[in-house]
Design a protein around this ligand. Structure first.
Ligand SMILES: Cc1cc2nc3c(=O)[nH]c(=O)nc-3n(C[C@H](O)[C@H](O)[C@H](O)COP(=O)(O)OP(=O)(O)OC[C@H]3O[C@@H](n4cnc5c(N)ncnc54)[C@H](O)[C@@H]3O)c2cc1C
Length: 466
């Protein structure tokens, strides 16, 4: 269907909306709230009839809490059961310390675990209150294109049957990992990595969370566990099977999860007298990727454009971060009535920013999600930073407030290698590990500089719940 609109021509301001956003969760609704506050006419479409549970554990860091505060949601989140965490009990191999979360002016907490059925509806509410027209139960099936091929809107299937169209200057795909907008727009994937670890998590009630709400993050050998107070008095426990258990772990999901949970002293203590309050959720196969971020009339946000190993718990915060970056550019282009080509250029700039900023964090997430132990220089760098009173740098890394190379500098890695050698660490193994780290870093940079575009990987995602 041709719906008018042309890259070089004056913008079509008569569409149904300035921007149509597909997907009403953390990426879509937060962008909608920001754009609508900027005075734009925004339509948000989601195929779900209610925005509740979605398969995701739900750790958010200080930057996300600060964003939610800027949206004016802190009080509502508290009323909905938000508990913020003040400190982290961190173990990386034989390094262990309890560190206060670093905070900055405007922060409302170091981290929190907010289930999506609590967080996402409040974002939808914020979008609606800002003036966005959020329509649920509407599935996007097609893109409308102008005579020149530019995307000028979407074709939808309504719940009760029948098709409709929504025309807009910009279509935002905030529709998650299996993004329909990305597929229809032909956005190619690059730097695709397959997961090495599976993740399972559940919630307890009646946990003993001690005096200071503490996030437990323990990674040693082939183990990876997290725990901490969630909303409404719940306590989340997340585990990742060791490689030898990978195929059998889910045969006795509850027993396997509990065995892991009890192997971690602070989590075992917290849940000692607690009861399970939910099913066990899990994910066994997924891929990390970047997708081409934009094209004429369209742009991708959140998981639709980029996904990484959830070991670092960042997808929600990254969606907010991206929404806050994209919103001012789009608002400016629309309110100043700039030409479509200028809007597209700004979206292209957003994509280049995304790739530049997230490339390092993508690598960090893969490093945390690696099968087996993490590289031994990493705990050594952290140990030294902690000894110098700079342990907060590591937590700033997890909240993406500092870059990977701002913490794991070549100098610190070299220093850590030297100290490990002096302590009698196996020389050959250590040097080959450091060489491998360097080689991986070079490969990753190349993969971003000269993308090898890939089709969607052949293995389907497997999501589990029991
Ligand atoms: C196992 C796992 C654990 C995770 N743990 C964490 C964590 O602890 N912390 C963290 O920050 N992140 C975590 N993440 C990542 C986080 O869940 C995602 O980054 C986040 O959900 C991305 O939000 P989004 O809005 O981009 O997409 P989504 O949350 O996927 O929302 C997409 C929306 O688009 C809608 N949609 C899709 N197709 C259409 C269509 N054709 N028409 C209309 N609507 C459509 C869907 O109904 C959905 O509501 C985890 C992810 C996984 C898989």
């Amino acid at each position: 269907m041709s719906a008018g609109g042309s890259t070089g021509a004056a913008p079509d301001t008569n569409g149904d909306a300035d921007v149509v956003i597909v997907g009403a969760r953390v990426a879509g609704s937060s962008l909608a709230a920001l754009l609508a506050r900027g005075g734009l006419r925004v339509v948000v479409l989601d195929q779900a009839t209610t925005i509740g549970f979605t398969l995701s554990s739900n750790i958010v860091q200080a930057d996300s809490l600060a964003f939610l505060d800027r949206l004016g949601l802190t009080e509502r989140l508290r009323a909905a059961g938000l508990t913020t965490m003040d400190q982290v009990d961190m173990r990386l191999e034989d390094f262990r310390a309890v560190l206060p979360f670093p905070t900055r002016p405007g922060d409302v907490g170091g981290a929190a675990c907010l289930r999506r059925q609590v967080l996402d509806p409040l974002l939808v509410e914020a979008a609606r209150e800002a003036g966005a027209d959020v329509r649920l139960g509407v599935k996007v099936r097609g893109l409308l294109r102008g005579d020149d091929g530019r995307v000028v809107g979407v074709r939808t299937a309504e719940r009760g049957g029948g098709e409709a169209t929504v025309r807009a200057r910009l279509v935002v795909g905030a529709d998650g990992r299996a993004s329909t907008v990305a597929r229809l727009a032909g956005a190619r994937q690059y730097h695709v990595t397959r997961n090495e670890r599976a993740y399972y998590w559940t919630y307890f009630e009646g946990a003993d969370t001690g005096e200071a709400p503490t996030f437990v993050f323990h990674r040693w050998g082939d183990r990876h566990l997290l725990g901490g107070p969630a909303d409404n008095g719940l306590y989340i426990v997340g585990v990742s099977p060791e490689q030898h258990e990978r195929e059998t772990f889910h045969d006795d999901l509850e027993g396997s999860l509990m065995a892991h949970a009890l192997s971690c002293a602070p989590i075992a203590k917290a849940i000692g007298g607690a009861n399970r309050a939910s099913r066990v959720f899990g994910i066994r196969r997924f891929s990390g990727y970047f997708r081409e971020a934009s094209g004429p009339g369209w742009v991708l946000l959140g998981d639709a454009g980029h996904f990484k190993d959830p070991a670092g718990g960042r997808g929600i915060g990254d969606s907010f971060h991206q929404a806050e970056r994209l919103a001012p550019a789009v608002t400016r282009a629309v309110t100043e009535n700039r030409r479509d080509a200028e809007l597209d250029r700004l979206c292209g700039e957003f994509g280049r920013w995304r790739d530049r900023v997230y490339a390092e964090y993508y690598g960090l997430a893969s490093d945390l999600g690696v099968a087996g132990p993490i590289a031994s220089v990493v705990p050594e760098v952290v140990r030294r930073l902690h000894a110098r009173g700079q342990g907060g740098r590591v937590l700033d890394l997890l909240s993406h407030r500092v870059g990977v190379l701002g913490v794991l500098t070549p100098g610190r890695v070299a220093g850590a290698t030297g100290r490990l050698l002096l302590r009698g660490g196996g020389r050959r193994a250590l040097l080959s590990e450091v060489r491998a780290l360097g080689g991986t870093e070079i490969r990753r940079r190349r993969a971003m500089r000269r993308p090898a575009y890939a089709p969607v990987p052949p293995h389907a995602e497997t999501e589990l719940s029991a």
